[in-house]
Design a protein around this ligand. Sequence first.
Ligand code: C2E
Ligand code: MG
Ligand code: MG
Length: 649
Amino acid sequence: MTPTHLPKAFQRRPPFWMIPVFAIAAGLWVAMVWRFGGRFVGEESRLGLLLLGLGGIGILAAVLIHAHVQASLAAAGDAVRDNAEDEFMHFLNLLPVGTAITDGTGHLLHCNQKALDFFGLSQDHSKGMDWTNPDFLILQPDGNPMELHDRPLTRALATGQRVLDVVLGVEHEADGDWAWASVSAEPRFDEAGKVIQVIITFEDVTKKRTAETELAIQTFRDRLTSLPNRTLFMERLAQAILRTERRKLSTAVLFLDMDRFKIVNDSLGHESGDSLLVQVAKRLRGCVRPEDTVARLGGDEFVILFEDLVNASDALRVADRMAESMAEPFHLQDQEIFASCSMGLALCTLASTSPSDLVRDAEVAMYRAKAKGEGSIEIFDPSMNAQAVERFQLESELRRALERNEFVLFYQPLVSLSTGLIEGWEALVRWKHPEKGMVPPLNFIPLAEETGLIVPIGKWVLEEAIRQASAWHTDFPSDPPRLMNVNISARQFQQRELIATVTDALEVTGFLAACLKLEITESVMMRDPQASLEAMKVFRGLDIHLVIDDFGTGYSSLSYLKRFPVDTLKVDKTFVDGLGKDAESTAIVGAVISLAKALGMRVTAEGIETKEQLDHLRTLNCDQGQGYFFSRPLPAAQAGELLAKNPRW
Ligand code: C2E
Ligand code: MG
Ligand code: MG
């Protein structure tokens, strides 16, 4: 039994109690040997027995005193040691970095609070833990798990070398947050050069890393969709192009622009627009391989980088998949929204191609697709570039045309086929281009539609046409007063502002609402028949008449046609052209006139160029005619002269 294992009472009490105990024991022994010793061992041995007993008592006393002294010394040693460990832990806890010390096998000996906090561990839980293989996941800076042999402690133990500043991450069990530290490990050796301890330090870099990640997100990611942004896309594209030649495979860029995105934004609000973009981003990502890059350039424009393509059809297949995926309805504010996108593809087979050229080519092809119709896809071919340059020029000129007063209205008479007199006009816009001369509407209206410029242009047309008609009412009065037809584009028709524009213009001029007719093409009306019906009801409520323009070229649904509060059907020129010449057109014109009559509508025939056509239409009981046969569209002054003559056809 070692002294330290004696009962505590023995270790603590001073040994003074032993003096009377042993003195009494010795006295008793002397007295007993004196009184009875002679009887047992004989008188001559009594002294010997006495001395033997006293010697035994002395030895016992010596052993006990020695044990006590030993125990006291050990207790004092423990106290000193405990005190030193407390001080050491206190010192460890004062260190500004997390610090842990393991033995030569990686088992934890000491660990300060900062280190415990970093790992989310408790002192009890961590004691003696094998830190070469802890039971929590350790991450590399790129977010992938850190292999065992890459960890600082394992490396220090294996190589006997100091390991400096390895960044790693651990997940806290309590809140699931990731903490990041820069870790160093320093081995300590015994005299024989064997590793006996490793001191590990952890500098918490979580805040720094969060700031860096945030910066990387700001620099390389699109905030809304988290997709790579233009900067990152261009960087990856440049790399991909460099690899193209080496691998003998091609790289392609698909440029994608949503159709009618602005309408969603304008009508449902920006939040819905954002939500749509996020959903679109997700769908696009779902259509490509993990190695392809889908990026958002801004607004409703996305680009996709395909690497290692065997041929263009691989990319086209993905584009088809994207178009299919987009065709599924999107859910916004409990509504189902249908979206589509126009796509342009550009292929690169030469390492000399510049990334920005490739993206520009894809964009040019996308514009080509847009012009073809919603949801189309086009592959870039070099001839497209010249057209794109022209288009860009036209767009910037168009933007300035309004301020520079370059638009003019021409007026074409609408003739009553029963009286042969002018009963109204159609206002037709022209662009008086400083170099190109008079630009016809079909050369700039589609672009104005696409860019939204049609809204201010259309507003000007409405105001100017109403002002002119009002002036003619004063200068050339008639009974009933003459009508003014104004064309309204798809984009204008979808805007709530149109109603205000019309009512304001009527108010300013004092023009009769009943003399204004808005011409809306059949395809625009049928694009969203329900919304069109609502808008039409508002106009009818204001006593403004509505005309379906270019009738026969779209796909009218008869059931809607019946419900639309439309005053006039305008038979498209293509059918009038064939009147009397081909049976089909003749039949169609006859049928449209009968249909209009059945629905209680008037009929106007467009593009009458000959007397025969006019006569034929008269026999079919067509109400109104318009065409070069009567007059070409005229500038206001000449139209005024015509009114002054008041011709009869
Ligand atoms: P639209 O509304 O169907 O206008 C009739 C077009 O047919 C006019 O062409 C007119 O000049 C032409 N036209 C009339 N009679 C004849 C004829 O006998 N023979 C031939 N060959 N053509 C005839 P324009 O002025 O070039 O206008 C073309 C289209 O541009 C219009 O078709 C209309 O959709 C659009 N447009 C014109 N002005 C405006 C406008 O102010 N706003 C909007 N949104 N669109 C407009
Ligand atoms: Mg028209
Ligand atoms: Mg027309």
